[in-house]
Ligand binder design. Structure first.
Ligand SMILES: C[S@@+](CC[C@H](N)C(=O)[O-])C[C@H]1O[C@@H](n2cnc3c(N)ncnc32)[C@H](O)[C@@H]1O
Length: 399
């Protein structure tokens, strides 16, 4: 399949706006939706996936597609006409608009050619994640939609798998669970997802199972199992210090969680408690990437400075701020490390974001903007509705 066709199919499965699909279909046909492109749509999109995707969405797409071909005096293939006629008789015109039903979207991360290390690590040029989402963006306290920050954070995880593999990862406000699925894919040693909304949590569990992951819901600490994702109910307002102390993550993640000023003090309290958890260094650096380790703020500053000072460099500028170089094979006996948080966010309201910064400062936490220096690869070139330039990436750690 050519790249343009792969993009069209991927956009169709991700339920991209229908205008965007028509644009991609035109690109496939060199400027117009030719008979060959229509046949591709029929065979690879409609026939294969009609039963799995939202019927009103398919009807809307077919309507636009037929209008596009007719407007340009082309011939519409019979199969498309017939399928559209079928929807005309079985669906009502306003079904799509009024619908806040759950739908299935498929997000395909397409690995650019040349990502040899990634391909080897992920054993495929493509990762397709199936997600049940709501058409209503506010459903489940906004947790039943895919937000752009989780797309960027997922691209980050897939771009720098060595940072997350063999790491214990804990996400706050996980929503549909996309970030957790990517973490499991790059073989994080432990994946804990959390959310404060119970309907979002139920939807998240379903998504994990759809993507062949086992779900555990117990709050207590358990043994590490890379195929097991833990899903916990964690409202920032009421979660106790003791409950959080059960978890000693290496990395804390959050996507699009900085938006409600009322919740911010509670979110910062949760981050502070998690970021202040110390755990002993493994005796040997177990990172896949020799010489690098993550979350390496240590409680013994003198020792830290001696062994963890220089930033990562050369081929790994992208992860420099997250990683500190360690002496290869050096013993860390007696040293403790603290986690780092990676937060992706769209800054919709500057005052809200500034309030977040003030709260971090008061909590003795430091924040670094990694957006420009740590751009992940673009795994979603077909997703025109996702404007990655609006998402900022931050690391947060203890001062
Ligand atoms: C905008 S959504 C982002 C979801 C997901 N991270 C993403 O980027 O697609 C915000 C998420 O934070 C969760 N959330 C909001 N306030 C919360 C609170 N006080 N405690 C715990 N979770 C909360 C919501 O339930 C929702 O899942």
């Amino acid at each position: 399949m050519a790249d343009q066709e792969l993009h069209l199919l991927s956009a169709f499965l991700a339920m991209e706006p229908t205008d965007s699909l028509i644009g991609l279909a035109r690109e496939c046909g060199g400027g117009s939706v030719t008979e060959r492109v229509q046949r591709f749509i029929w065979e690879h999109c409609i026939t294969k996936y009609a039963g799995k995707l939202h019927a009103p969405y398919l009807r809307k797409f077919l309507k636009k597609l037929i209008a596009e071909v007719e407007l340009n005096h082309g011939d519409v293939i019979d199969e498309l006409y017939e399928h559209y006629a079928h929807y005309m008789t079985t669906l009502k015109e306003n079904d799509l608009e009024k619908d806040n039903a759950r739908v299935f979207k498929y997000i395909s991360f397409l690995f650019p050619d040349g990502c040899l290390e990634l391909s080897r690590c992920l054993e495929s040029r493509k990762l397709m994640v199936q997600l049940q989402c709501s058409l209503n963006m506010l459903e489940g306290d906004t947790g039943c939609s895919v937000w752009p920050s989780s797309l960027l954070l997922s691209e980050c995880i897939l771009s720098f798998p060595e940072l997350f593999s063999n790491k214990s990862c804990f996400e706050v406000g996980s929503g549909v669970g996309l970030v957790g699925i990517c973490l499991a894919h790059v073989k994080a040693s432990k994946v804990i997802l959390s959310d404060g909304d119970l309907s979002t949590l139920a939807n998240m569990k379903l998504n994990l199972e759809l993507n062949r992951l086992s779900v555990e819901t117990d709050m207590s600490e358990t043994t590490e199992d890379p195929n097991m994702v833990k899903c916990i109910h964690l409202p920032w307002e009421s979660v106790s210090e003791k409950e959080l102390q059960n978890h000693k993550p290496d990395i804390i993640l959050g996507a699009d969680v900085i938006y409600d000023p009322v919740c911010l003090p509670h979110l910062v309290r949760v981050l502070t408690l998690l970021l202040n958890q110390e755990k002993p260094y493994p005796d040997q650096c177990s990172n896949n990437h020799p010489g690098f380790s993550l979350g390496s703020k240590c409680s013994s500053d003198a020792k830290v400075n001696a062994t963890h000072q220089a930033n990562a460099s050369n081929g790994d500028e992208s992860v420099a701020s997250l990683c500190k170089r360690t002496d290869n094979g050096a013993s860390h006996v007696g040293l403790k490390k603290r986690p780092t948080a990676l937060i992706a966010s769209v800054i919709r309201n500057v005052d809200t974001f500034n309030k977040f910064l003030t709260l971090l400062d008061e909590a003795n936490l430091t924040i670094e903007d990694l957006t420009e220096s740590h751009r992940p690869l673009n795994f979603l070139p077909y997703l025109k509705s996702y404007d990655r330039s609006t998402v900022r990436l931050f690391s947060i750690s203890c001062k």
